[in-house]
Design a binder for this molecule. Structure first.
Ligand code: GLU
Length: 273
């Protein structure tokens, strides 16, 4: 039987809040219930938003909560070579193109066309640079989703809550898979590292279920193993809004400073002992 390997993959862009505690506990419990391993990955590719003090706080807050992870922590900022290799493989397969459009140009193009289909992250890119012989430097790299979808054929993924989900290769359109400033993207780094770390069960909030569509396409294009998924519900505040890093009062840190015990915070995060 395949060992169950889960991971918690926070970005150090703020203090962890109860929603993160829920996600981390969900991943730990899934691993422990199956006698498997639970890994910690720091998703710090975006140097414009990540800060070292938030990374330190992640280790401290998780330890205070009573969570321990197996093996060394993987830091995405140290994995650039692996992301570059994946990008090169996608380019060699003819599945990417450079894009030098500015946000303003994209908005103007969409307005001129009378609108664009809406994706999970906003209006879909109209494909302006797809057939341009663009310069590779100073450009973002986009995935040619239609071509990648055609090459992959029919795809699906299995979610422990939703069951079998048919993949829409173009849900995000021709998404940027390498930003010009950071040289990679969440989707690319995520699939490369889930495979590298041997993750067999990706647990994360249901807000990321759409992301699994494009991630599944990237796995197919890169020949990576496909994990199972379990997208869980999100913790919400009294008004039904999902918790975010801006809700300082619900950070694990402020709860702890207010005298809340680890067991109480675990219970607030939906995991009473
Ligand atoms: N770094 C992502 C976040 O903090 C998690 C992504 C994932 O679990 O795949 O939202």
């Amino acid at each position: 039987m395949v060992e169950t390997v889960t991971r918690f993959a926070p970005s150090p862009t703020g203090y962890l809040h109860l929603g993160h505690a829920h996600a981390a506990l969900f991943a730990v419990r899934a691993a422990r219930a199956a006698g498997g391993r639970f890994l910690l990955r720091i998703e710090d590719i975006d140097f414009t938003r990540c800060r070292p003090e938030y990374e330190d706080a992640i280790f401290e807050d998780l330890a205070w909560l009573g969570l321990s992870w197996d093996g060394p922590v993987l830091r995405q900022s140290e994995r650039r070579a692996a992301y570059d290799a994946a990008l090169a493989a996608l380019a060699a397969a003819g599945l990417t193109y450079p894009c030098s459009c500015t946000r303003k140009e994209i908005a103007a193009e969409i307005a001129a066309a009378g609108g664009a289909p809406q994706g999970p992250d906003g209006p879909l890119y109209p494909g302006t640079c797809r057939n341009r012989s663009g310069r590779g430097d100073e450009a973002a790299i986009r995935l040619d989703c239609a071509k990648a979808g055609r090459q992959a054929g029919v795809l699906e993924f299995f979610d422990r809550g939703a069951g079998r989900v048919a993949v829409d290769a173009c849900l995000f359109g021709d998404a940027v898979i390498a930003r010009r400033d950071i040289g990679t993207s969440y989707h690319l780094a995520c699939v490369v590292d889930d495979a590298h770390q041997g993750v067999t069960l990706v647990t994360r909030g249901e807000d990321l279920l759409p992301a699994t569509h494009i991630q599944r396409v990237l796995q197919a294009a890169l020949g990576l193993p496909v994990p199972q998924y379990h997208h869980h519900g999100l913790l919400r505040d009294e008004d039904g809004r999902r918790l975010a890093k801006r809700d300082a009062a619900r950070s694990i840190r402020s709860l702890r400073e207010a005298g809340t015990s680890p067991a109480e915070v675990r219970a607030l995060a939906g995991f009473a002992d």
